[in-house]
Ligand binder design. Structure first.
Ligand code: CTP
Length: 425
């Protein structure tokens, strides 16, 4: 079978593999004993959905919390539990598994397991596999807060980091033991995002990226307002892709129902004016000219001239009429300001995309404008976009917003690198 058949040829000529962010990756997912094992069933599903193949290995203690059969059913592969059972090949599961893997993720990683790996012990299959590996290893700790803060665990965590083993989390919050504090395992979505970030080339390392996303909400009175149908999904996907590519990301978001992507700093705003103030404050830094500003938000063009301080009551009077004033154009202001960052605009149109996009790109003075037919994409998980730049129009194949966001980040990184190279015109 030709795996490359569905790969995408990007506008600048590079190839993006088809499929999810983890397409073609073979991961070993190691489970050790802890109540957080129940969350790893969902993690396995998320990793597979992102395109990875997942081979599970469990310690004996882990099998007390979730059955190998459950993990086998979810991954479609027999689960490895001990080093004495030959499951094909040369009978040396620890060598075979680590040879085939692109990465090993131990989740949950118990205090005991971290201690054993920190000391180079190999007294069960999973620890042997970790010692015999020639691929990256990540641990996702899960334990009671006192076990986590114990100096011995902290010493072991420091040793693991020094040995180039990634440690993701732990989270803080309610624990299964009834206590509250540090030690909770990261949620499956956050672990999936960390795995994706782990494998993403760091094409924006050292860059600051500021992104606006979502709708704005312009109040009429304390309970009513004017907004639009933007869900924020595209802007959040771009923020996640930029963070995965190594950028320092600030997401300035209007009201959405979405959680902040892992590793992204989010500033919540409501109105266009608040969004403008937040953007200006964040971009008020000496490295402004080396930053990237991506305006994805659907900013209201107008706001009610004056918002009532009290709820407007229904009465026998005629229905109220609203007077509007224009909102600031945030993208235009940034792009026309001193030392502008590299600016990327979006244009959601219902018709005549090419004409409006070209006009908008010139009016706002942005090197790159992303056009889409907005009424088809609001709130949806996939999108169809066209990139407009000095060289013309570059349509991208229809795809889910996460894939398109990754491609867009690659395109931006490529343009930044080209404009920084001495041979560029
Ligand atoms: N934008 C902005 N501030 C505004 C309006 C728009 O920063 N007040 C940004 C959007 O985030 C987007 C781009 O400008 O990146 C284009 O937005 P759009 O609403 O399509 O453009 P408008 O200039 O408002 O043009 P029109 O509504 O007439 O299509």
């Amino acid at each position: 079978m030709d795996d490359a058949a569905d790969d995408l040829v990007l506008p600048h000529g590079a190839i993006a593999p088809a499929g999810g962010a983890l397409a073609g990756r073979h991961l070993v997912l190691g489970l050790t004993g802890g109540i957080a094992c129940y969350k790893v069933a969902e993690l396995a599903r998320l990793l597979i959905k992102a395109g990875a193949t997942v081979q599970v290995a469990m310690t004996d203690a882990a099998t007390r919390f979730i059955t190998p059969l459950t993990m086998q059913a979810l991954t479609g592969r027999p689960v490895f539990v001990d080093e004495w059972t030959s499951q094909g090949g040369n009978g040396m599961a620890h060598i075979d598994l680590s040879r085939q893997a692109d990465g090993i993720i131990v989740a949950p990683a118990s205090a005991d397991f971290m201690a054993r790996v920190a000391h180079g012990m190999a007294n069960d299959l999973l620890s042997t596999l970790c010692l015999a590996r020639d691929c990256p290893l990540a641990m996702v700790p899960a334990m009671n807060r006192q076990m986590w803060s114990n100096p011995a665990t902290q010493r072991n965590a420091a040793q693991l980091r020094a040995d180039d083993i990634a440690i993701w989390g732990p989270d803080s919050g309610d624990q299964a033991c009834g206590e509250v504090g540090d030690g909770r395992m990261l949620e499956p979505e956050a672990i999936r995002d960390a795995v994706i970030a782990w494998f993403t080339p760091k094409v924006l390392q050292g860059k600051r990226v500021v992104i606006t996303a979502g709708p704005t909400f312009e109040p009429i009175d304390p309970v009513r307002g004017i907004t639009n149908r933007s869900s924020g999904k595209m802007g959040y996907a771009i923020a996640r892709a930029a963070a995965n590519a190594g950028a320092d990301v600030t997401l300035i978001s209007g009201p959405t129902a979405l959680p902040a992507p892992w590793g992204v700093r989010r500033i919540d705003v409501e109105t266009a004016q608040q969004m403008r103030e937040a953007v200006q404050a964040v971009l008020l830094t000496p490295d402004r000219a080396r930053s990237v500003f991506i305006a994805v938000a659907a900013v209201a063009d107008w706001r009610p001239a004056s918002a009532a301080n009290e709820k407007i009551k229904r009465s026998d009077d005629p229905a109220p009429t609203l007077a509007f004033v224009e909102n600031p154009d945030i993208l235009r202001e940034v792009a026309h300001g001193p030392n502008p960052p590299y600016c990327v605009g979006f244009a959601a149109e219902t018709n005549d995309l090419d004409t409006y996009a070209a006009e908008k790109r010139a009016r706002k003075r942005v090197p790159l404008l992303v056009g889409n037919l907005g009424h088809l994409t609001f709130g949806k998980d996939d999108n169809e976009i066209v990139l407009f730049d000095d060289a013309g129009r570059h349509p991208l194949p229809r795809g889910d917003k996460a894939s398109l966001a990754r491609i867009l980040i690659g395109e931006i990184a490529h343009r930044l690198a080209a404009s920084a190279s001495p041979s560029s015109p």
